[in-house]
Structures are given as structure tokens and as C-alpha cells.
Ligand binder design. Structure first.
Ligand code: NCD
Length: 329
């Protein structure tokens, strides 16, 4: 694997990532993708390094994807589950992180239901002058960088399989539909897609898409951010549609009349898809509420759905992230 000029120790947010960094991630992921499709599937890039998977919140695909990525890089991996850990005996999150530090963790992959926890642990690690890298695997409603990066990689490899790069998205229309309010995936995607120069159209019911989203990006982004309370204008001539799960566990009030009604007004169906470009593709970070965000048959239709490619891309992209930050420490 070629050495790159990567200098970031932590990946906590995409807000200040620049084009060159996106391109390094995309190209590194493409090289790993090649290794993953070969016979050996494993490289010694992180041999001797310890990756701690600290998931304080439930997860299937992100957690398994990071675990497999670390194993493919030959790192040693420590898995942590809050239900069976000393957290149940009153240990704080910071003390848990310090325990893993004492065990020699080089990289901590952190998911927590509270926004800011990965940042707090990264700050603590820096204050202690350790070389530990922290990777945000989803914090509250804040950000989910690795998901947005695998979405980006999935789209870019579709546009140019051998040379995925940010500029391929310039001028593309991308609709993000659903529960934007609670979605850390949407927040991270807004940063990467607008940095790429795409036109990002957010669509969802007003209760799940407050106007404050328009204040998110400043004029210095290359792309644009637009907001719609109806789904049709977002879908019209769209190249890609990202659907988001209705995050019932994060809804403290009744923000929706019913799931059936949501599907009726905002669900992605074959009929609605006719508004988009003929080559349109659909993404969803999973887990999916079948028949709510997207009609069940569409979700399984390989002509339109990129959902299983997203899961496959996830391993290569997470290998790239672990490799880049792991070789910088
Ligand atoms: C997302 C998450 O956890 O933020 N899922 C994921 O990481 N694949 C989206 C979601 O939970 O809806």
C-alpha cells in the first residue's frame, strides 16, 4: 500500500474535510477493494496494532464492518458491549476508554447515543499526550462520517469504478429523504456531498426537517443545499436518492401521524421514481423499515438499489480509514 500524505489523527466529523482528503480516502478504499476481491483478502498493514471497538449503542452493520476491516488489516481487535461491561457497575465512559488505553489500544472506534462523546475521548487522549486515534462511528444526532464516506465511495465507484474521486459528483442532483432531524448520516452526507459540488435536496415532513438545516452550510461550499417539505421536487431529475430510516427510538414526541401516512407522502415507490433520471439509484444506510421509507420490492431490486453495495463498500472504506489514521500514529 502506497504511503500517502495523510496527517489527521482522528476522524470525528466531515465538516472540515477537504477535497484532497476525500480523494485519498476514496483511492485508498479502491485499493483495498481490489485486495478484498482477490484470494488472500488480508494485508499486514496494521499488524501489531490494537483496534478497540467501543460501541455504547446497538449496531449490526457498522460494528461488524469495522471488525472485519480491522481483521483484514491484521490488527488485533477488542470488542466491547456496554450490557456486559463495567459500565453496569458505574464506570464512566472516560474510564472505560482509559482502560483500553492501558491495554495498548492504538485506535478507538466509538459509537455513543450522546453527540460529542468521540470528541471528548479524543480530547482526553490528546491531553494525555497519547498517540491514540479516535474514529467516530456515530454520535447521537451529530455525525456518522464512515457511513457518509461509504455512501460517497459507493456513488463514485458507480461513476468511475477504477478512479473514484470527488469531482465526479459535481453538478449531480442528490435527494436525501426522510427523518433528517434525527439523522447523523444526513448531517455527514451534507458535508461530503456539498464539498463535492453536488446539489443536495433535503425532503421530509416539516416536523422532521426544520428550516434550521438551511443555515447549516455557508456560501463557501462548492455545492448547494435546498429544502422541500414535499418529496416530488427533490426527486425531479435526481441522479441519486438517499433514504433514511425513521428513527422511532429518537422521537420524543409524536412527530408523525402514522408510518402508513409517511409512506403515502414520502415513501420511495416505483411511481415516484419515474420523476428521477432514468439511471437513478437508491441508497439507504440500514436498518430499513421495510415498506415505510422505501417500498419493499424496490429495496431488493438491483436495477435501482445500491443497499448491498453500500454494505460491501463499507469494509473497504473502513479499512482505508483505519489504515490512514493507524499509519499516522
Ligand atoms: C445508521 C446509524 O446508526 O446512524 N445506521 C448505520 O450506521 N448503518 C442509520 C440508522 O440507524 O438509521
Amino acid at each position: 500500500m502506497a504511503k500517502t500524505n495523510w496527517s489527521r489523527r482522528h476522524i470525528l466529523s466531515l465538516v472540515d474535510l477537504i477535497s484532497n482528503e476525500y480523494d485519498i480516502i476514496l483511492q485508498t478504499a479502491a485499493s483495498f477493494r481490489e485486495i478484498l476481491s482477490g484470494r488472500t483478502k488480508k494485508v499486514p498493514a496494521l499488524q501489531g496494532k490494537v483496534v478497540a471497538n467501543l460501541f455504547f449503542e446497538p449496531s449490526t452493520r457498522t460494528r461488524s464492518s469495522f471488525e472485519l476491516a480491522a481483521k483484514r488489516l491484521s490488527a488485533d481487535i477488542l470488542n466491547f458491549s456496554p450490557g456486559t461491561s463495567s459500565l453496569t457497575k458505574g464506570e464512566t465512559i472516560l474510564d472505560t476508554a482509559k482502560t483500553y488505553l492501558a491495554m495498548g489500544a492504538d485506535i478507538m472506534v466509538i459509537r455513543h447515543k450522546q453527540a460529542g462523546v468521540p470528541q471528548a475521548i479524543a480530547t482526553e487522549m490528546d491531553l494525555k499526550k497519547t498517540k491514540v486515534s479516535v474514529l467516530n462511528a456515530g454520535d447521537g444526532q451529530h455525525e456518522h462520517p464512515s457511513q457518509a464516506l461509504l455512501d460517497l465511495y459507493t456513488i463514485c465507484t458507480l461513476l468511475d469504478r477504477d478512479r473514484p474521486r470527488l469531482e465526479l459528483l459535481e453538478g449531480k442532483k442528490i435527494a436525501i429523504v426522510g427523518d433528517i432531524l434525527h439523522s447523523r448520516v444526513a448531517r455527514s452526507n451534507i458535508w461530503s456531498l456539498t464539498e463535492a459540488g453536488a446539489e443536495v435536496h433535503l425532503a421530509g415532513p416539516p416536523t422532521l426537517l426544520p428550516k434550521m438545516f438551511l443555515d447549516l452550510i455557508k456560501n463557501d461550499r462548492k455545492g448547494k443545499l435546498l429544502l422541500h417539505w414535499e418529496v416530488e421536487p427533490a426527486l425531479r431529475a435526481a441522479d441519486f436518492v438517499m433514504t433514511l430510516r425513521l428513527q422511532k427510538e429518537r422521537m420524543s414526541q409524536h412527530l408523525l401521524p402514522s408510518l402508513r401516512e409517511y409512506h403515502q407522502y414520502y415513501g420511495i415507490t416505483r411511481d415516484r421514481l419515474k420523476l428521477c433520471q432514468p439511471h437513478v439509484k437508491i441508497l439507504h444506510p440500514g436498518p430499513v423499515n421495510r415498506g415505510v421509507e422505501i417500498s419493499s420490492d424496490l429495496m431488493d431490486d438491483p436495477e435501482f438499489s445500491l443497499i448491498s453495495q453500500q454494505v460491501t463498500s463499507g469494509v473497504a472504506v473502513r479499512m482505508a480509514l483505519l489504515y490512514l489514521i493507524g499509519s499516522s500514529n
